[in-house]
Design a protein around this ligand. Sequence first.
Ligand code: FA5
Length: 349
Amino acid sequence: MKEKIEEIKKLALEMAEKAKDSKELENLETKFLGRKGELTQILRSLKDLAIEERRIIGPLAQKLKKEVEELVAEKMKEFQASSFKLQSKIDITKPGKKIHGGHIHPLNKIEKEIRDIFLSMNFSVVEGPEVETDYYNFDALNIPKDHPARDAWDTFWLKQSVGGLFARPDSQGKSGLGLKTPDKERKLLRTHTSPMQIHYMQTHQPPFQIIVPGRTFRYEATDASHETTFGQVEGLMVGEDVSLANFKFIIEKFLTRLFGEGVEFDFRPNYYPFVEPGVDVYMKWQNKELEVAGAGMVHPEVFRAVGYDPYKTQGFAFGFGLNRLAMIKYKIPDIRLFNSGDLRFIKQF
Ligand code: FA5
């Protein structure tokens, strides 16, 4: 009988060790502890044993019963825990979750490309404030107050702050509180990136070459090629002998890198108070002519405003419309799509 108990113990341990799931554990339990189980049979037969033998076999069989019960309970817990983990982590019968990746906005995409092109031509990239003053946006760029050229830039003026209070300025720049903000300090949303020409030249000495990507704002009616908020990329190269030929070379290189060999564009004369001579750059878009940039040689008055000697300094400047370049590159039919927030549009990029 003793040997039989030892045998059961060995076998039970082995089976528990090998059990791969709770079903196999249940089988083990039935085999040894079930109503007709091997150990149950031994316990039942104790009463038929001689008293001396019962004293030895009884405790051994009871001890083994307890051991097997504990072993089964412990193993069962392990199986339940791991099957719970499996269930809560992956249910392989469930359909997979669709992952929605983000998209780079076409304006960011083209801006990055433009930055890289100019960086490779040894330009530095700088950025400037979107809220500017009258002085930087106009005066310093040779567009004095009441000059008709100001009409080219319809402006979002900001409410003037007087002692922490805001009041809409009247046409003379007086706030509703009757206090006058000095004209030069009147705040506005920059209508172009050109004010950064002034900031940069005030703090740097030539020679240098920079581009300034950024958002610009105009208080004007929108249509397929006009927005109130759009991007520009300003360029400024200043030195002792920077010429219009250098300007032409850089623009040709830039547009060829952005649009590929054989890109079609042309220069047409235009007036900007802060350049002389001034030109516009035109490209084709939907079989129409589209102005993509204003440019020219920096006006001597602008150099004077920043304290440079106009007789010793020359430079060119340009301002590309970022949205318009993107419209041509990605064949976008309407500029208003950029700021529409329409995900069907963004998802194409
Ligand atoms: C300017 O803003 C000048 N600051 C450009 C410049 C810089 C000239 C340096 C000379 C030297 P303009 O208003 O033409 O110029 O705008 C420049 C470009 O911005 C345009 O060619 C066009 O591509 C884009 N742009 C202008 N207005 C809008 C608008 N409402 N919506 C979208 N793009 C516009």
